[in-house]
Design a protein around this ligand. Structure first.
Ligand code: SAM
Length: 216
């Protein structure tokens, strides 16, 4: 399979026509070998326009959603980023291309280990990962310039707002189990401004400050 060609088509047919235009984000999508984050029996769907199962009932998000969330973060090469929901590690790789340091948390041990192996194999040096409840954030390395949550929560986990820097930005799907709104939250002078981007559907954020149990 010609993965380089599929990658190019993904950018030209799924991202640019839907309005993704940040050149650094597009370059990351051209570069990162997404198929290396997908279970081997599903690799023919690696660049398709839909989420793909990665085990434990979880999914790697559709390329467009990963790109949209990345653009919403407005990353700079100086940023320290916290990601909740490592999953396959693909979004982590995108963040690592665009920011200075990435801290990523996954609740499933198997997914965390798999993502770590894929990211190490691709040579990323600016990522730190752990298996834990990400709704608690990662106090040891706080505060963060940017925080991204790639699972859906009915409310904003309080520790994440506390671990966000002043002028920082938090991007997450907010809402109930089968329908959420992709939301950008900016912290300014200790207050939070909310902006709704679009409707979306994510797997649930399970943890102390998210949903208390797996409802699917
Ligand atoms: N961004 C990922 C990727 O590129 O593959 C996809 C993430 S998937 C849609 C959401 C992930 O969030 C799942 O792997 C799930 O196990 C994880 N998750 C859910 N609740 C969590 C929590 N409290 N802490 C950490 N990870 C959590």
């Amino acid at each position: 399979m010609d993965y380089a060609l599929l990658r190019k088509k993904m950018v030209l047919e799924q991202l640019i026509p839907r309005g993704i235009k940040d050149p650094r984000t597009l370059n990351a999508f051209y570069k990162i070998e997404r198929h290396k984050f997908i279970p081997s029996d599903l690799r023919n769907s690696a660049y398709a326009d839909f989420p793909v199962p990665i085990g434990e009932g979880q999914t790697i998000s559709q390329p467009y959603i990963v790109a949209l969330m990345t653009e919403c973060l407005e990353l700079t090469e100086k940023d320290k980023v916290l990601e909740i929901g490592t999953g396959s590690g693909y979004q982590t790789a995108v963040l690592a291309e665009l920011a200075k340091e990435v801290y990523s948390i996954e609740r499933f041990e198997g997914l965390g280990r798999g993502a770590e192996a894929a990211l190490n194999a691709l040579g990323y040096q600016n990522i730190k990962m752990k298996v834990a409840d990400g709704t608690l954030g990662w106090e040891e390395f706080a505060p963060f310039d940017k925080i991204i949550v790639t699972a859906a929560s009915p409310k904003v986990p309080l520790p994440l707002t506390e671990q966000l820097k002043e002028s920082g930005r938090l991007v997450l799907p907010l809402g109930e189990t089968f329908s959420q709104v992709l939301t950008v939250i900016e912290k300014k002078e200790g207050r939070f401004a909310f902006r709704e981007v679009c409707g979306c559907v994510f797997v649930p954020l399970i943890g102390k400050h998210g949903l208390s149990r797996d409802t699917l």
